[in-house]
Ligand binder design. Structure first.
Ligand SMILES: Nc1nc2c(ncn2[C@@H]2O[C@H](COP(=O)(O)OP(=O)(O)OP(=O)(O)O)[C@@H](O)[C@H]2O)c(=O)[nH]1
Ligand SMILES: [Mg+2]
Length: 656
């Protein structure tokens, strides 16, 4: 079954919003193709595709999963991707490895914005796509509505191939649209007519197309992306699964129809840690043949690599094979230099494929080890998890002295911590990441800093007059030397600046670095013997400290520019939540092809904690957001009080 040659291979990825039934559809396909004797079930934790303990526990896909099956003499490679936006990195990897995409839509709920985002990526790679409308026999299913929404999103090239005879409880069976009396026949013919010039011509002159023409046109149109066929079914009851498998085998393009075949060119699209095999590297062969035991070249790392065993992957199981031919998808083990996103080739002069562009992770959490022994396990654990999942980041924040993990969403973070516990046996304490507050001044103050010490031996003397002035946001620090007539010798002036900067670093109010201010050194005095760099440095710091009560000190907080895409009906709730987070709404405009609104807002970083979860809860997972640093702004007085009190408390704790 696995040796069908490249003509008999079809690669498909299941893509679409969470809960649409992608994994269930995959299980139904594996069952129909007799890969499984009992159908895997997500809800019962028996899924072949959702096999990771985290997935079984949470009943959702977290990682992309691959499987293969034989159908009508064809080998179909199946890539199941997660729909939760938190695991978008995996979805992107799956899209990179496939030739064809099956968008799984849910007939009982509107299309989510995440499906629009996936469609954008799929268009970028020009992948032939089809739609499977799932849950057609489930209560509240609405075929007409989902067809209309699909056309809004994917365009008029959406053409039903099957349609339901009744929906929900009334569902009686599937009907083919490929017959003259179907309500979709005319439209199908029109869509097909656009796939080649020859068919357009024929349709225009004859006013109709033969079944044979439609078949041919469908194949061509799918490959060219001018038609997106829509199939329909109920995965849980295996309704529509055989029709889908037949359709894939007959109409979707084989790898060699999409990619030329000249010499090895393969892409590592995912890594997965297996306790027995170590790091498994999932590879897609875009050209040539990958052979076990061969030497290849890693174009990304610019180093040779030895291929050891090669496996086909069936969920968590593997089967050893000698080679992967053109279009093949499998797993490699014990690779020395190769990582996710690398390109392997026989010819070292080729260009590597671009790496996978993961989204910027926004959700952050700080973790503390419970014991000192845990510290090492945490860093090895996170390192290994990060290798398998490059979509999260982890680093030590020197300013706040916290180890930070940044993930795509809070669910992503929960999974990472839970994996850490499960695989590396470490439980960590979590806390909110501390905010990088800044301090600044609001008033102009002229002040003296004078340092004088005369106790036996050589004394110390430094004396400066400094004018501190506020600067606009984002200007940082400016030092101006206005000394005339050598009142302070030039060689000591950098020391004054140094002293001011050191004190600024320590802050005056709550221990946060100071910024957006100018220090003008305009007068001072010195002693021919006792003056030194160190004395002037102390004097500089003293000047700033002496001005403390007159400077009108305030605390600045980082403000984020946040863009939220939300279905119209939730707009009010989301705007309310943003207001409650001290957010400022800059504007609201229509977005996407569906009924979405885009909110542009400024929200203090300190208030963003938990925003992702709250957004998901408010909108049933149908909203998404991005954020980026915008600027620093003054915190309101009552918040400043809190920050100062908190800093004092921490200071006392440390001191005692
Ligand atoms: N009624 C009904 N429920 C279904 C059908 N297909 C899937 N489900 C249920 O919907 C839920 C989600 O199904 P999954 O197959 O896990 O959905 P998914 O698209 O893989 O979701 P993610 O992995 O989170 O992206 C499960 O409880 C399934 O049992 C269907 O055809 N009818
Ligand atoms: Mg799934």
């Amino acid at each position: 079954m696995t040796d069908v040659g490249k003509k008999g291979l079809r690669n498909v990825a299941l893509v679409g919003q969470s809960g649409a039934g992608k994994t269930s559809l995959g299980e139904s396909m594996l069952y129909k193709a007799k890969v499984t004797t009992r159908k895997g079930d997500v809800a019962k934790g028996t899924s072949v595709l959702d096999h990771n303990p985290e997935e079984i526990e949470r009943k959702i896909s977290i990682y992309l999963s691959i499987a293969y099956l034989g159908w009508n003499g064809k080998l179909i490679n199946l890539i199941d991707t997660p729909g939760y936006v938190d695991f978008w990195g995996e979805t992107l990897s799956g899209i990179r490895a496939t030739d064809n995409v099956i968008f799984v839509l849910d007939a009982t709920t509107p299309i989510a914005y995440s499906t629009e985002e996936a469609w954008e990526v799929v268009q970028k790679y020009k992948l032939p796509s089809i739609i499977f409308v799932n849950k057609i026999a489930t209560e509240h299913a609405n075929f007409d509505q989902i067809l209309e929404q699909a056309k809004e999103l994917f365009g008029n090239k959406v053409a039903p191939i099957y349609y339901p005879d009744g929906v929900g409880k009334e569902f009686r069976g599937l009907k083919s649209a490929l017959v003259e009396d179907s309500p979709y026949y005319e439209q199908l013919m029109e869509s097909v007519a656009e796939s080649t010039d020859e068919l357009t011509e024929k349709y225009l002159t004859e006013g109709t197309l033969s079944h044979e023409d439609i078949r041919k046109g469908l194949r061509e149109g799918i490959k060219a992306g001018t038609i997106i066929p829509m199939l329909v079914g109920e995965a849980l009851q295996d309704v529509g699964t055989e029709e889908l498998l037949n359709f894939i085998a007959e109409y979707l393009p084989a790898p060699d129809e999409l990619h030329s075949d000249d010499g090895l060119y393969a892409f590592v699209f995912k890594s997965r840690y297996d306790p027995k095999f170590g790091m498994l590297r999932y590879v897609r062969v875009f050209s040539g043949t990958l052979e076990a035991g061969s030497e290849v070249f890693n174009l990304t790392q610019k180093q040779p690599e030895k291929i050891n065993q090669i496996y086909l992957v069936q969920g968590k199981e593997r089967k050893e094979v000698d080679q992967l031919t053109h279009g093949g998808i499998g797993a490699l083990v014990k690779l020395k230099v190769t990582k996710t996103g690398d390109t392997l080739a026989s010819d070292s002069s080729k260009e590597p494929l671009p790496a996978i562009e993961y989204p910027t992770p926004y959700a952050a959490i700080a973790i503390q080890p419970r014991t000192s022994q845990d510290e090492e396990r945490i860093s090895t654990g996170l390192g290994r998890l990060n290798e398998a999942d490059p979509s999260f980041q982890t680093y030590y924040d020197v300013e706040t002295r916290q180890r930070i993990i940044k993930g795509i969403g809070e669910l992503h973070l929960n999974v990472i911590l839970s994996e850490l516990k499960r695989n590396f046996n470490v439980e960590v304490k979590t806390e909110r990441p501390k905010i990088h507050y800044r301090e600044t001044i609001t008033k102009v103050v002229e002040v003296q800093g004078r340092y004088k010490k005369q106790t036996g031996g050589r004394g110390q003397y430094g004396d400066c007059w400094v004018r501190f002035e506020p600067l606009p946001r984002g200007q940082g620090f400016e030092f101006v030397d206005k000394i005339v007539g050598g009142r302070i010798p030039a060689k000591f002036i950098p020391a004054v600046e140094e002293g001011i900067k050191e004190q600024m670093q320590k802050g005056l109010l709550a221990g946060y670095p100071m910024t957006d201010m100018r220090a003008v050194l305009y007068d001072g005095s010195f002693h021919p013997v006792d003056s030194s760099d160190i004395a002037f440095k102390v004097a500089g710091g003293l000047a700033l400290r002496n001005a403390k009560d007159k400077l009108g000190l305030v605390i600045l907080e980082p403000i984020l520019k946040v863009t939220v895409i939300v279905p119209e009906e939730y707009l009010g709730d989301v705007m309310g939540d943003i207001n409650a987070r001290r957010g400022k709404i800059l504007g609201v405009e229509p977005a996407g092809k569906g009924k979405y609104q885009k909110i542009n807002a400024l929200i203090p970083e300190a208030e963003m904690y938990g925003f992702g979860s709250s957004l998901r809860a408010m909108t049933q997972g149908r909203a998404s957001f991005t954020q980026e640093f915008a600027h620093y702004d003054v915190v309101p007085p009552q918040i400043q009080e809190k920050i100062v009190a908190e800093a004092q408390r921490e200071h006392e704790e440390k001191g005692s």
